[in-house]
Design a protein around this ligand. Structure first.
Ligand code: PLP
Length: 421
């Protein structure tokens, strides 16, 4: 970030603090000590110094799988780790590097590693910290794919997973001499429960656990767990970071040491990002702050509308006073986010009828894009789970999850009215 600060020094932008130059209604407080506001970081972070004549303003796609060396001496230095040259895109690539630096800047971290998917980032971050015999303590409420990875694959690798609720109650009882990682997600998918990040960090530090957090739902605009002491942050960059539902991508963020280990895992397992995807990711991130601002504004309007509707049993949105974690959300997030869920009084049949009747909202998995989406978690992220697993995850069969897009909120509410009518 030093380069950017330098290149912006003397201009008006250099004065932009976390709040000035970045008016965000849904932002309540900025607790980090960043020099530039998050939307400024989203645009300029990680980009090379672009002052000069005839320079492109956009990062090019370096669509090359391999990179030349000037001599065997240079190659020898690379092999000995004395030269940081690019050699092969699975190891690194200039377009990928810009995406990595941009996301690291946004999260206030030293480094990042971009990956072919969120699951590649999650699996590689976990495996970078775990070995045979180790144990993971994790919230039971997780993205279904993360939960199933730990349920279906980790036991075969000799790794045990122990579950705790989002309130972290009883967490001390799960610690054994083999506990190695604390893995949480906040807010959770799909019921938007929050984990107290300060509490989780203190617990991890006390027991010398590696702390890993999935920050996909909050995005770096709304919370920065690294600044609060987390070791690693992972994202499905497919979602809000890329923001346009046109790529599958992921990223792990943390200090240089951890990122070296994650990159090594990506090199072994092959989950590297394609430079074309990196281009779209960089482009998407440039509007992250304004997209989140609009989504937060739409989400609170929709949540309030749904909460008052006679056919709605319950709305899960941390921005509502009725939400169990509303106070915690105010404490640790700068806004309440673009995701919500709700339960209809008629259960699954009513939820299906609703999803089949919406016109503007599209019926599709995934989230964080510009289009508003609805989905039934039991048929998407939480398929292939027992009733007991669904109960622990807080998912009832009739739960409808909503990803707020950027449309006009009046149009979205009209659509909801007709679909519920
Ligand atoms: C989608 C998602 C993932 C998985 O990411 P992919 O990019 O689909 O691999 C992980 N965590 C959360 C919270 C998600 O929403």
């Amino acid at each position: 970030m030093k380069d950017i600060v330098k290149s912006l020094r003397g201009t008006k932008l250099a004065l932009a603090g976390p709040q000035t130059g970045y008016k965000m209604e849904c932002i309540m407080k900025d607790k980090s000590a960043r020099k530039l506001g998050p939307q400024t970081q989203a645009i300029h972070g990680g980009e090379p110094n672009r002052r000069g004549v005839n320079g492109p303003i956009v990062t090019e796609i370096i669509r090359s799988s391999t990179f030349t060396f000037s001599s065997t001496e240079e190659m020898k230095l690379w092999a000995e780790g004395k030269n940081k040259a690019y050699i092969y895109t699975r190891y690194g690539n200039p377009t990928l590097s810009v995406a990595e630096k941009k996301i690291a800047a946004l999260e206030g971290a030293e480094a990042a590693v971009v990956t072919s998917s969120g699951m590649a980032a999650i699996s590689s971050a976990l495996l970078a910290a775990l070995k045979f015999g180790d144990e993971v303590i994790s919230t039971a409420q997780l993205y279904g794919g993360s939960y199933r990875l730990m349920r279906d694959v980790f036991p075969n690798m000799g790794i045990t997973v122990r579950h705790v609720g989002t309130d972290l109650a009883g967490m001390e009882n799960l610690v054994t001499p083999r506990s190695k990682v604390l893995y949480v997600e906040t807010p959770t998918n799909p019921t938007l429960r929050l984990v107290d990040i300060h509490k989780a960090v203190a617990f991890a530090k006390k027991h010398k656990l590696v702390s890993i957090i999935d920050n996909t739902f909050a995005t770096p605009i709304l919370q920065n767990p690294i600044a609060l002491g987390y070791d690693m942050v992972v994202h499905s960059a497919t979602k809000a970071l890329a923001g346009h539902s046109d790529i599958i991508a992921g990223v792990a963020v943390g200090n240089s040491d951890w990122m070296k280990r994650v990159r090594q895992m990506i090199i072994y397992l092959g989950g590297s990002m394609d430079p074309g995807a990196a281009y779209l990711l960089i482009r998407g991130i440039k509007t992250l702050g304004v997209r989140i601002e609009r989504q937060c504004e739409n989400a609170i309007a929709v949540a309030k509308f749904l909460e008052k509707h006679s056919k709605v049993e319950r709305v899960h949105y941390p921005g509502l006073k009725s939400h169990a974690d509303h106070k915690l959300a105010r404490k640790q997030m700068r806004g309440f986010g673009s995701m919500m869920a709700f339960d209809l009084k008629g259960g699954l049949p009513a939820a299906r009828r609703f999803c089949d009747r919406v016109r503007l909202f599209l019926l599709a998995a995934s989230l964080g894009g510009v289009e508003s989406l609805v989905i039934l978690p039991i048929y998407s992220s939480h398929y292939n789970m027992t009733i007991e697993e669904l109960r622990r995850a807080g998912v009832s069969p009739g739960t409808v999850r909503v990803s707020m897009g950027l449309e006009d909120k009046e149009d979205l509410i009209e659509d909801l009215k007709q679909a519920l009518g």
